[in-house]
Design a protein around this ligand. Structure first.
Ligand code: ARG
Length: 459
């Protein structure tokens, strides 16, 4: 078949070159959006008299037919279909003949592809926003269910201070909230209509770009036709958004992998979200969490790869820009799998309270002793050193802080022996952190209330 642009060519495209050039293998998912944008475009052409009402009706009927073929997957992609736009136009011609050739009046695939892409992005963004909210909801529910349970909080993966497990769950809620805020921002920024910009210079026919934009659900037309066809900020921002979400999820995934080891045993991962070993019958492997961790790497790769494509590109459309779609679509696909899997894991994992409390050894309360000494008037630096020395002695003697003699404690401060048990109580240590944002039960309950509100109002 001859190409839609075949007029000035006297020989066929080389087969391999055509394969390299074609995007149909990965842009077909734009088909429903292409049809929708084409239908509105046809309306505008009819409005200014470039289509007779007869031709307009034929085009709309043809597009409806194509739309149902797309939906029921009976649309036949032909080997010569270069991309989604040419495939649909080719089919329209098969269905209605000559009037199909009028649809492309005043538009170019350059403004067409960006319009389709933004329409898709709006829908994809909605799907991810819901999936993110589900993960956040699961984190809040966990925080509520697990209220009262303490775990050792870690820094450098070394036991640091006791915290409420709920506080820790919520520490993974807030990053996802910022991700949703960022998503809303990027979708808002991307909600300007490129259609009507044509190849680069703008449309020579008096179509109403404002009405066109509004009909397609955009806030307004893009104000500069060159920018409209050459910007891929929406794709880059989406990839950044996805990278940050993946990074956030990878940190949660890594923690759950560690927490589910026999060594930690804080949580047991549900069977539905683990795999077995082909050789070791006892194994239950956290593959899904590992893949979540890994996808952060490959997603960041897509972001940096695509930014490198954009860097130094000559003005307006270049075929390089076609690379936005494999990067964005594969990122969307993996994220839309990861998010519900993470929700499922959060909802069904089992927390092991006895393992949690076993991790709360008295050394985690060393800071409490130093803080007590501060209240007795000892400068914090000095208090820190005195307690540090005490901890070192305990380690050398193989005893815990609870086993230090009253005599030794009194050398640090006369009131210390009488206070030690209270100071080394992890519950009291947790409840002492009742400041806004701290780990006390009151503070965590405040976070839960706030988090629930944020699920619905973003800020
Ligand atoms: N498949 C192309 C893309 O994704 C559509 C735009 C083609 N434009 C062109 N001037 N060849 O970018």
């Amino acid at each position: 078949m001859t190409k839609l642009w075949g007029g000035r060519f006297s020989s066929q495209t080389d087969i391999l070159a055509a394969q390299l050039n074609a995007s149909i293998a990965f842009d077909w998912r734009l088909a429903p959006f292409d049809v929708r944008a084409s239908s509105i475009w046809a309306e505008e052409l009819a409005e200014i008299g470039l289509l007779s009402s007869e031709e307009h009706q034929q085009i709309q009927r043809g597009l409806e037919q194509i739309s149902s073929e797309i939906q029921d997957q009976s649309f036949q992609i032909k080997p010569d279909d270069e991309d989604v736009h040419t495939a649909i136009e080719r089919r329209l011609f098969e269905l209605i003949g000559e009037p199909a050739g009028k649809l492309h009046t005043g538009r170019s695939r350059n403004d067409q592809v960006m319009t389709d892409f933004l329409l898709w992005l709006r829908e994809a963004g909605g799907i991810l926003e819901n999936a993110l909210r589900e993960v956040q909801q699961a984190l809040i529910d966990r925080a509520e269910t697990d209220l009262g349970l303490m775990i050792p909080g870690y820094t450098h993966l070394q036991r640091a201070q006791p915290i409420l497990l709920s506080h820790w769950w919520l520490s993974h809620f807030y990053p996802l909230q910022r991700d949703r805020q960022y998503l809303a921002f990027l979708l808002k920024q991307a909600n300007l209509c490129p259609l009507g910009s044509s190849a680069l210079a703008g449309c020579p026919y008096p179509i109403n770009r404002f009405r066109l934009a509004q009909k397609l659900g955009f806030d307004a037309p893009m104000p500069n036709s060159i920018d409209a066809v050459s910007s891929r900020d929406a794709a880059a921002s989406f990839l950044f958004f996805a990278s940050l979400v993946s990074v956030h999820l990878s940190r949660l995934a890594e923690a759950l992998i560690v927490f589910s080891t026999t060594e930690f045993g804080f949580v047991e991962l549900p069977d539905a979200y683990t795999t077995g070993s082909s050789i070791m019958p006892q194994k239950k492997n956290p593959d899904m969490l590992e893949l979540t961790r890994a996808k952060a790497g490959t997603t960041i790769g897509k972001l940096t790869g695509f930014l490198s494509v954009l860097k130094n590109l000559p003005s307006a459309y270049d075929k390089d820009l076609q690379e936005d779609k494999p990067a964005v679509f594969s990122t969307f696909d993996s994220l839309s799998l990861i998010l519900p899997v993470i929700s499922g894991i959060l909802r069904s994992l089992v927390v092991n309270p006895s393992k949690l409390s076993a991790g709360l050894d008295p050394t985690l309360l060393a800071t409490e002793i130093a803080d007590f000494l501060v209240l007795q008037g000892i400068p914090f630096r000095k208090a820190h050193r005195l307690v540090g020395e005490l901890v070192k002695e305990c380690a050398n003697q193989g005893i815990t802080l609870l086993q230090v003699s009253a005599e030794r404690l009194a050398k640090i401060h006369e009131r210390l022996p009488g206070q030690l048990n209270r100071l080394l109580d992890p519950h009291l240590a947790v409840e002492r952190r009742s400041q806004f944002g701290g780990t006390s039960s009151e503070s965590v309950k405040t976070q839960i209330v706030q988090a629930r509100e944020m699920l619905h109002k973003l800020y």
